[in-house]
Design a protein around this ligand. Structure first.
Ligand SMILES: C[S@@+](CC[C@H](N)C(=O)[O-])C[C@H]1O[C@@H](n2cnc3c(N)ncnc32)[C@H](O)[C@@H]1O
Length: 386
């Protein structure tokens, strides 16, 4: 039986200046802010054009291509490198007062529309005399879980480990990384075509996210769980110096999870033992070696509370990281669906006065550029007599 492929609806914004060029070339383009939306477009999806100045929506178009990226795209002097080629489904029609329509339908032009949303917008555009919209947001017209948001604050929270219609990693793997974290990092710190490395790849979440977002990826683990993960120790990677554009690491947080029995698995050392941090520091040094100048390493880590002892693993990892890298930021990632999220553990935590882990740290650091390193060395220290 042929699988039913879900179609989605996308609204591109334009201005009075750009409208003519978009409609003439039948290329709808945008910048980095909406890049993640463009890469969600598949050939055959429905597309609309919204003029922000005149408040008019044009439709209906179909995507002739998947969402694409071309940093040399001539449209609008290369300012909009993310684009899709479209063709009108029929005669191009338009409807005024779009913002009122969006409000009534409880959507925005930034929404990704589901079947019902596409149908509603198409119906409104083809019937330009429709004055009264009776729907008033009674339906959910958006496909909210298809693409995670790009977060603008340091608090990242998403309801599920994965998103979209293809698997990302394996949510049965102990300690699997929430895919939206890698997705957000890619849009912040890389460009399509960049090479991303995950030295502790586990079930391969980084690989799946990178492929879908058109980034190259190379992944290692001490015990590979799939063919596209290379067997290697994260402290000694088979990579050239300064060869990757971003590194993502979700390391063990101590010995709380039994990933595998390999003797070189760092997850056999408890976080109460300083050797655990010494071994992670070797991973950091190796990451520094293979990362290109000015590029980012993001490290996901959680604190440990075990057998009555609290270990601030996040702070300790941050301390070690900043021996080599300069800090960029720290994100608080909300923990969901962890095994201790049960009434049993909640009552234990209150009864015995301890806390269940509610968040992880995503520590983002950067390898200083050579120029910056040189400038730092040039600082002349003055000594003043007391
Ligand atoms: C938290 S898991 C990674 C989860 C992964 N990001 C995913 O989404 O499935 C940590 C991983 O580190 C790996 N690991 C532990 N010590 C290692 C080492 N010395 N070199 C490479 N990988 C190692 C473990 O085998 C485990 O798969």
């Amino acid at each position: 039986m042929k699988e039913k492929v879900e179609k989605r609806g996308f609204i591109f914004a334009c201005t009075e200046k750009s409208e003519a060029e978009f409609l003439e070339k039948l290329i709808f383009a945008t910048n980095k802010v909406y890049a993640h939306k463009v890469f969600a477009i598949r050939k055959g999806d429905f597309v609309f054009l919204y003029n922000l100045d005149t408040d008019i929506i044009y439709g209906t178009f179909r995507a002739k291509t998947d969402g694409l990226y071309d940093r040399n795209l001539s449209i609008f002097n290369g300012r909009y490198p993310y684009y899709v080629e479209v063709e009108p489904e029929d005669k191009i029609q338009k409807i005024k007062n779009a913002s009122k329509i969006f409000k009534k339908l409880n959507i925005s032009w930034r929404s990704i529309l589901n079947d019902k949303g596409i149908e509603t917008l198409k119906m409104l555009i083809s019937n330009t005399t429709a004055k009264e919209i009776k729907l008033n947001g009674i339906y959910n017209l958006e496909d909210n879980l298809f693409r995670p948001p790009i977060f603008s604050t340091t608090l990242w929270d998403y309801p599920k480990q994965s998103y979209g219609d293809t698997p990302k990693g394996n949510n049965k793997y102990p300690g699997v990384t929430p895919a939206f974290i890698i997705y957000n990092l890619l849009y912040r710190y890389t460009e399509p075509g960049d090479l991303v490395c995950d030295p502790m790849a586990g079930s391969g979440t980084t690989i799946d996210v990178c492929k879908e977002e058109k980034r190259k990826v190379i992944a290692f683990d001490i015990v590979p769980t799939r063919k596209d993960i290379i067997q290697a120790d994260a402290r000694n990677l088979p990579l050239k110096d300064e060869s990757v554009d971003m590194i993502f690491i979700d390391s063990p947080y101590g010995d709380n999870i039994r990933y595998n029995e390999h003797p070189l698995n760092i997850g056999h050392i408890p976080a109460t033992d300083e050797r655990f941090f010494d071994e992670l520091e070797k991973v950091m040094k190796e990451a520094y070696r293979v990362l290109k100048d000015g590029k980012v390493l993001a490290w996901l880590i959680g604190d440990q509370w075990a057998k009555g002892v609290f270990i601030p693993v996040g702070f300790k990892v941050y301390e070690r990281l900043t021996k080599y890298f300069e800090p960029v930021d720290i994100i608080c990632v909300v923990r969901r669906n962890q095994s201790s999220n049960t009434p049993f553990w909640h009552s234990k935590a209150i009864q015995h006065n301890f806390y269940l882990r509610g968040f992880k740290y995503l520590i983002i650091v950067r390898k200083m550029t050579k120029r910056k390193r040189k400038e730092n060395l040039k600082i002349k220290w003055s000594y003043y007599e007391r």
